[in-house]
Design a protein around this ligand. Structure first.
Ligand code: ADP
Ligand code: GLC
Length: 505
């Protein structure tokens, strides 16, 4: 199949969270399954084009994209996604949409008043590039709200005589799939946004596909118009159909229930594997965990904390936003600081959480260390050196850190929701069913006391060396590589094609 994979962030060029990881890996897995895959992303001024071997595409040439009453000049550069071992390039092409006016802002996402225009321009440019390549994709795979209007742009019914990509031959047989990585980010803008995009007003008026409480929603557009919709774990897919988790999108997802699926993300074990990880000082494996202890020592000593084999080191690596659940940690901070544990925190995001962790480290420098910012190398070091990782999320579409942690023998303590529920087996819950198959700790209630209880149980079990080793090894033996998930996406692609041809799946 020919697959156009479209995302706002792709590792290693730009990454703010898990979407970057997914978009940097899944396309290569799809290519391994025999597909012809091309990836598209904006060209931000966040990486060096020379380092990554980008080249201007003369044949595509300059593109003029009108937005509102301004015309923007867009150029296209191409590279090949690097293999994840970093040694050479894969065969998967990645096209960068270059428009400095919108993308040279030192950030992937902004709160600027023209955020809608940034992704209208991206969406239209991608379609224009595909057209100029005269490459007719079987599938356009969109990710999150930033790409939500693309399915509409190739399917809308233009007002008579107006230009529309739906009239273009290259898209005649193109089915669309829309992956929701996070329901909370919806791309909601005022009602003039569709005018700026030149989209027929009927899609906004009277509860049209893109209308949401009198505004435009890119996410709703993607949900309503795509042939197939999915999210990134089965539990989150079920949760999204409820008002509690649906963030207002549940009625629309329920309308599309027949075409809505959950596919758990995979992880890239070429990047996240303690046996080969080049970003950690000591490699180790499930057959010999001595390197893990050395990493712990290295980490603690470099952070100015005392190394003690018998004191657990608890790690946090996270975007610091409400979703990640640190409000319940805050609720029980007085007790947290009395626990016999060391803490290492890496994260950035909302000021209130950044301040909370920075202050903890300042007030209790012998127990807490906080790095406020983004640091890929440090993330690997924490996975390798910590004994446990904490993810008390309010909701978690998939979550990748806990899956990396399993491979690193770093025991996850998680709230039982979304992808966390699908990937972490609570040791005691399994034990109560007579099975010694647990891989971590999970709690159900979103409350400080439930979190504290789980932490205390984990810390207690940590002192039982044999038990702890068993939990670590159970996790290290799990395999969440991409291949299985990529095959599931292939099934969805087939369903999308069938739906396009028959009008149903
Ligand atoms: P989300 O996409 O919601 O942020 P995931 O668990 O799916 O959550 O993915 C987070 C990814 O971002 C992981 O690869 C994690 O290591 C990385 N990450 C998050 N915060 C930081 C940070 N401050 N520094 C380095 N990596 C980070
Ligand atoms: C989102 C979610 C996260 C998921 C990631 C990749 O950012 O918050 O749970 O793992 O996307 O799909």
């Amino acid at each position: 199949m020919k697959v156009a994979y479209i995302a706002s962030e792709v590792f290693p060029y730009a990454k703010t969270g898990g979407l970057g990881d997914v978009a940097g890996t899944l396309p290569k897995e799809l290519a391994k399954l025999g597909n012809d895959v091309k990836v598209f992303m904006p060209k931000y001024n966040l990486f060096s084009e020379i380092d990554y071997g980008l080249h201007y595409q003369w044949k595509i040439g300059g593109i003029l994209i009108p937005i509102a009453d301004r015309i923007h000049s867009v150029h296209v550069q191409k590279a090949y996604l690097p293999e994840s071992n970093g040694k050479k390039n894969s065969k998967v092409e990645i096209y960068f949409i270059d428009c400095p006016y919108y993308y040279y802002r030192y950030r992937v996402y902004t709160d600027d008043p023209d955020e809608d225009e940034r992704f209208i321009l991206f969406s239209k440019s991608v379609l224009e590039v595909i057209k100029r390549l005269n490459w007719s994709p079987d599938i356009i795979h969109c990710n999150d709200w930033h790409t939500g209007i693309i399915p509409l742009l190739i399917k809308d019914q233009p007002q008579s005589g107006e230009f529309s990509y739906s009239n273009e031959k290259v898209f005649e047989r193109t089915a669309t799939i829309f992956t929701i990585h996070n329901i909370a980010y919806q791309g909601i803008f005022d009602k003039h946004t569709f005018e700026k995009a030149g989209i027929n007003p009927k899609y906004f008026l009277n509860g049209g596909h893109g209308e949401y409480y009198g505004k435009v929603s890119f996410l709703k557009t993607g949900i309503m118009v795509s042939d197939i919709i999915n999210t990134v774990s089965e539990t989150y897919a079920k949760e999204l159909l409820t008002p509690e988790y649906g963030s207002g999108m549940d009625p629309f997802l329920n309308l599309r229930k027949e075409d809505f699926y959950g596919v758990l993300n995979g992880v890239d074990y070429n990047i996240w594997n303690p046996e080969t990880d080049k970003l950690i000082p000591y490699n180790y494996s499930k057959n010999d965990l001595s390197g893990k202890l050395k990493n712990k020592k290295y980490l603690l000593e470099n952070l100015g904390l005392t190394f003690d084999e018998n004191i657990p080191l608890i790690g946090i690596i996270s975007r610091l936003v409400e979703q990640k659940g640190f409000d319940i940690l805050n609720e029980v901070l007085d007790e947290i600081i009395t626990l016999n544990a060391h803490w290492v925190i890496l994260g950035s995001g909302k000021r209130k959480y950044e301040e909370m962790f920075a202050q903890l480290a300042q007030n209790h420098p012998k127990k807490f260390s906080a790095y406020i910012g983004y640091n890929d190398e440090f993330a690997h070091l924490i996975e390798a050196g910590a004994d446990m990782i904490l993810m008390p999320s309010v909701y978690e579409p998939c979550g990748l850190n806990q899956i990396y942690s399993l491979k690193y023998g770093t025991v996850p303590i998680v709230r039982k929701t979304g992808g966390l529920a699908d990937t972490v087996l609570d040791w005691h819950e399994c034990l109560s069913e007579g099975k010694e198959i647990g891989t971590g700790y999970s709690f159900v209630n979103f409350s400080g006391s439930a979190l504290l209880q789980s932490l205390k149980t984990a810390i207690n079990d940590f002192h039982n060396k044999d038990l702890w080793r068993k939990i670590q090894l159970n996790g290290m033996e799990k395999d969440y590589s991409w291949q299985k998930s990529a095959e599931k996406y292939m099934e969805l692609y087939k369903k999308a094609t069938k739906r396009l041809n028959n009008g149903s799946s």
